[in-house]
Design a protein around this ligand. Sequence first.
Ligand SMILES: *Cc1c(COP(=O)(O)O)cnc(C)c1O
Length: 333
Amino acid sequence: MACASARQSTMFDRAHDAIVAARSRIDGRVLRTPLQPSPRLSAIAGVPVHLKLENRQTTGAFKLRGATNAILSLDAASRRRGVVTASTGNHGRALAHAAKAQGMRAVVCMSALVPTNKVEAIRALGAEVHIVGRSQDDAQAEVARLVERDGLAEVPPFDDLAVVAGQGTIGLEIVEDLPDVETVVIPLSGGGLAAGIAVAVKAARPQARIVGVSMARGAAMYESIKAGRPVAVEEVESLADSLGGGIGLDNRVTFELCRDLLTDTVLLSEDEIATGIRHAFTVEDEVVEGAGAVGIGALLAGKIRSKGPTALILSGRNIDPQAHARIVGGAGA
Ligand SMILES: *Cc1c(COP(=O)(O)O)cnc(C)c1O
C-alpha cells in the first residue's frame, strides 16, 4: 500500500507494519470510537467535517490504545514483572488501566507536587503510586531505579514504536469510515498521536493533508521541526495541559515522522482553545479537555483551510469539571 515517495522512510514502513499488527492486538480491549459528522462545523468550513470521538475512549483519552498495545507487545517474563511510567496525566491513567486489565503490576512515579486528586485517580485505576522528590526529574529517576531494581518495563508516553502504533489505529478507523478524507487535524504534543495517524492515513491516501495543532505557548514539536532537531521549550501553563512538555532531546521515533509527514502545524491562543471547548459542549454535546478541543478551535479561528472531507480528532475529555463549567459558561482563558 505504501507507495514509494521521498516522504516515506524505513521508519514509515516499520510504523505502518506496527499499526496493522496493533489493530488486531488491541481489538476488543479499546473502543472503536465513532466518527461523527458535524453539520455546524461543515457549514462553517464549507466541506464535510467529522469528529473522531476519542474523548469517549475508555479512561477518557486515546492514550489507552498506545498503552494497551505496548503492554501486549511485551514478552511473558516482562509482563510478569510489570510496567512503570512517570506520567500522571492521560498516559499514566491509560497505563494503569491497561495493566490492570491484564492483571499486571503498574507503578506510576510522581513528585510530591502532584495534586492529591491526580494521585487518587491513578490509585483508583489500580496502579501503585511512588511519590519521590519535588520535580518531574526526580520522578523519572525513580522510574530508572525501578527498571533496574525490579526489572519493570518503562512505557513512554509517545516516543516508542508500540505506543505510536497503538495511536495509529485511529488513522485506520478514519480511512475506513471516511475513505475520501482530505485533511486530518490532530492535537500535537510529543507527536505519538500525530505520527501514528499520519502513517496510517498516508499509507492509504498519500495525498491527504495532516495538520498538527499545538498551543502557542511551549509548542515543542513545532519549534523542533523549525530548528531541524529536537529542542527544549519552556513549559507554560495552558488550557491544553495535556499538550505540555518536550519531545525529548534524544527523540527516536516521533520527531522524524512528524517532520516528514505533517503538512502544517497550527498554533492556538488560549482564547481559541477555550472557544473550542465551548463549541464542543454547547453545539456538539461533547465534553472535551483543552488538548482535545484544539482542532475545533483551529477550524473556528479560520486556521484550517481544507478542500475536502475533514476529520478532527477530539483526543480527550479529562478536564477539571469546575474549569469546564467556567469555560462553557462564557469565561475565556
Ligand atoms: C497526550 C495527549 C495529546 C498529545 O499526544 P502526543 O502523542 O503527545 O502528541 C493530545 N490530547 C490529549 C487529550 C492527550 O492526552
